[in-house]
Design a protein around this ligand. Structure first.
Ligand code: MG
Length: 448
């Protein structure tokens, strides 16, 4: 049996193995009580286990007296927007994000329409009682439906003030969109059509039968690459099943890499709204180059979307996100939002009248190597402390594990929150250098 993953990002597991309907009901009921038995908005992605999870979650919430609003199959950013735009006390997105089809999960949002902040999330998971205190028959919650939230989400994206919608429409972009049969099919084609695009849909049926490995990494997007080339499209977009990560395929039918979704968004948005960028410690240093171009700074946070969102809100940042294709546009809301990312990228294309390859070529290219070392969980902290001493001659950042900052390269060593591994991420100006530095770092860690 695999371990159930309970972390600040929610409760995640393999359905029927460690994540059961009973457990979903219990966590949902606990979340209802945690949210003062207020109204809770629930949406899910397209997974085949979604209906079973949904009914368990709703049973839990109603039984503690929460009114529940069912959004049906929607993107995770749509759930968050629906919470923010209502008087709800919170939201639950039933999705295991980019994990394979046998997984499912619950992600919890607060009344502000943002995922629970780390402190609140820790309090929530730590306070799960042995026995739930259900409400009496007189105090049961009521279930209602809202089928309009995707439409409202699209409207909000179309109202981003720096987007020239007419200019985008005039370009009549030909776009192939691959939603891996996740929830993206519910929003991405409709949004793209409202931007005047000719849309070629690939895997846009929300069946939960994922057409390929669902994480939108280059190696999983071969079908999209071929389709973009075959249709001579201007661009290809891919999303993960819950539509918060965005990957792009160029007009040449080649993946440009997930890092570039955020970098392109940064370049366009900063040309319209001045302010500092926020991203996590493991995302590309090309953000620093872009920031320098616009005379602003980059703030680096711990890995984890909520850390980036929190910082963005605090400093009123116009753009931020994560290098895994997570674009955050505060004009829509504080969460990674792939549809908003698509609109921004098309806005940039329309503005510059260039191809996506040309826009990418104007951004400095660095090279990543990612690897990991397996070790016992209780040893990980000590190893990182020892590494801090071993790399004492370097400029170090200890915000999240250990980041070693060199001249045009960095090495980030951090323990996984969910597995007994230490991750090593390296970025430099050449693939050879990154491979070499990563290999050397792993050897060093093994000797400590
Ligand atoms: Mg996701």
């Amino acid at each position: 049996m695999n371990k159930l993953m309970i972390s600040v990002s929610g409760v995640r597991g393999i359905f029927g193995d460690n994540l059961t309907p009973e457990l979903a009901l219990k966590y949902a009921a606990h979340f209802g009580i945690f949210s003062q038995r207020g109204k809770i908005i629930v949406g899910r992605d397209s997974r085949t286990t979604g209906p079973a999870m949904f009914h368990a979650v709703v049973a839990g919430l109603l039984s503690v007296g929460c009114d529940v609003v069912d959004l049906g199959i929607v993107s995770t950013p749509t759930v968050l927007l629906a919470v923010e735009d209502s008087d709800a006390a919170g939201g639950i997105a039933i999705t295991a994000s980019h994990n394979p089809a046998e997984w499912n999960a619950m992600k919890f949002a607060g009344e502000n329409g943002m995922f629970l902040f780390p402190e609140a999330a820790s309090d929530f998971v730590a306070s799960l009682p042995e026995k739930i205190k259900f409400a009496s028959w007189k105090n049961m919650g009521r279930l209602s439906k809202d089928d309009e939230t995707t439409t409202r989400h699209i409207e909000k994206i179309l109202q981003i003030p720096y987007l020239d919608i007419d200019k985008i429409k005039a370009r009549k972009f030909k776009v192939v969109v691959d939603c891996v049969n996740g929830a993206g099919g519910m929003i991405a084609p409709a949004l793209l059509r409202s931007l005047g695009c000719e849309v070629i849909q690939l895997n846009c049926q929300p069946t939960g039968i994922f057409a390929h490995t669902p994480e939108p990494l280059n190696k999983n997007l071969v079908g999209l690459e071929k389709a973009v080339a075959a249709h001579e499209a201007d661009i290809g977009f891919a999303t993960d099943p819950d539509v918060d990560r965005l990957a792009i395929v160029s007009e040449k039918g080649r993946c440009i890499g997930e890092e570039f979704s955020l970098l392109l968004a940064e370049k366009f948005i900063l040309s319209r709204q001045k302010g500092d960028i926020v991203t996590n410690l493991s995302s590309s240093m090309a953000s620093e180059d872009i920031a320098a171009e616009f005379g602003v700074k980059v703030h680096r946070t711990k890995v984890g979307e909520i850390n980036v969102c929190k910082k963005m809100k605090e400093i009123n940042s116009p753009v931020g996100g994560e290098g895994n294709g997570g674009v955050i546009c505060p004009e829509v809301h504080y969460t990674r939002d792939a549809p908003a990312g698509m609109a921004v990228i098309l806005g940039y294309l329309a503005e510059k009248n260039k191809s996506i390859s040309q826009l990418v070529a104007a951004i400095p290219r660095y090279y990543f190597t990612k690897d990991k070392v397996t070790m016992e969980t209780d040893k990980m902290e000590t190893i990182i402390e020892k590494a801090e001493k071993a790399y004492g001659n370097f400029q170090l950042d200890t915000t999240d594990g250990l980041k070693i900052l060199g001249d045009k390269y960095w090495i980030h060593i951090r323990k996984s929150g969910t597995e007994p591994i230490i991750r090593v991420y390296v970025e430099s100006t050449s693939q050879e250098q990154s491979d070499g530095l990563c290999c050397k770092t792993i050897e060093t860690l093994k000797k400590l």
